[in-house]
Design a protein around this ligand. Structure first.
Ligand code: PHE
Length: 353
């Protein structure tokens, strides 16, 4: 009797769960992944309703097992089918990652920067001299008086210092912003390793009013060659080669006597105007010539200041601005554009020199 009463209880339970299931499934909101998982746990999980009722099978009297088992099994199949259906409904709603990626599509283009026109010009100048065996070196922009002036044969109160109006550093009266890249000459010579054949690009500063033509900072490239028997002819041949490589074979070159305290003799080198081919235009101020660089034979005092014997060694040096040739090459009419960092300006220079 007791067995039968327990069976009735189990049967009631089974029917009740089926009713409960029907009620819940009616209120089920489709497409909710979490809800589907909760559904699985509640009805089909290891501690779920169906498994529990299955476990009760052993308490069912033998002659009722078939009946109970049939109903329970039908219920199980019903729930399992429903679960598969719900699962499919949610996965249909989920974006299918594999379908979203089209491997044949071109990738997103990375925005590429472009080189600054001053860098392009510097690299171009430097590489011409590198091909002649000049080694690249750099020096500090904040320099002491010795390397920028005194060692270059410009002692204190020397009037030649007026040529280069200077910014000084407040903390130390001996420090200044270098007015030319000639400080690197001194630093390289002081290293005491001869011969020297070097090319020294860098930024320089002068206390000048900023305008379309001049700026308080700009860039130079300095060249230096020290060895036994270096002559002015070597200087000229080196610079002829440079002009040929840089401006082409049809450009004329002339040297004009000049003065720099650190070279003797000194010269300035002009090339025939690249725009009007020497006929005269506003760029060359109707002279037909463009001033390109200063140069000369390194002054014996400078060699001595760097502990190099001027009776044994001679050398030449030259220095040129980078902005001017860049203005000419790219047809830019305002030097200030170089330092304004306007990307619309900068993006135009993509040529790889
Ligand atoms: N330093 C000089 C200037 O800034 C250029 C120069 C360099 C001249 C080397 C002669 C030799 O004007």
């Amino acid at each position: 009797m007791i067995v039968l009463a327990y069976f009735c209880l189990l049967m009631d339970q089974l029917i009740e769960q089926i009713e409960q299931y029907k009620k819940e499934i009616n209120q089920f909101t489709n497409g909710d992944v979490k809800a589907v998982e909760n559904f699985r746990i509640k009805w089909l999980g290891t501690k779920g309703v169906v498994k529990n009722l299955m476990g009760e099978m052993r308490n069912v009297p033998v002659d009722r097992k078939k009946e109970f088992g049939q109903i329970l099994n039908d219920f199980k199949i019903l729930v399992e089918n429903k679960f598969e259906e719900l699962k499919k409904a949610t996965s249909d709603q989920q974006p299918k990652t594999s379908a979203r990626i089209d491997l044949s599509l071109p990738g997103d283009a990375l925005p590429l920067g472009s080189r600054h026109p001053v860098s392009l010009m510097r690299n171009r100048i430097v590489s011409i001299f590198q091909r002649l065996g000049f080694a690249l070196a750099e020096g500090p922009e904040i320099e002491d008086d010795w390397h920028n002036f005194t060692a270059l044969n410009m002692p204190e109160f020397h009037p030649a210092r007026d040529m280069q109006d200077t910014f000084y550093v407040q903390q130390n009266p001996d420090w200044l912003l270098r007015t030319h890249t000639s400080n690197v000459q001194i630093r390289e010579m002081e290293k005491g390793k001869l011969p020297i054949r070097g090319i020294y690009p860098g930024r320089v500063y002068r206390n000048e009013t900023v305008s379309a033509r001049s700026h308080c900072f700009f860039h130079q490239v300095e060249g230096l060659y020290i060895d036994e028997n270096v002559s002015f002819a070597d200087l000229k041949q080196t610079l002829y080669f440079f002009v040929k490589e840089m401006y082409g074979t049809d450009v004329k070159v002339r040297f004009r006597p000049s003065f720099f305290p650190f070279t003797e003799p000194s010269a300035e080198m002009d090339i025939s105007c690249t725009l009007c081919k020497g006929a005269g235009c506003s760029v060359c101020k109707h002279t037909g010539w463009l001033e390109i660089l200063g140069c000369g034979m390194v002054h014996p005092n400078v060699l001595q200041n760097c502990s190099i014997d001027p009776n044994k060694y001679t050398g030449f040096a030259f220095g040129m601005g980078i902005e001017r040739p860049a203005l000419l090459k790219y047809g830019i009419n305002d030097i200030r554009l170089f330092s304004e960092n306007d990307v619309r300006f900068l993006r135009q220079f993509t040529s790889a020199i």
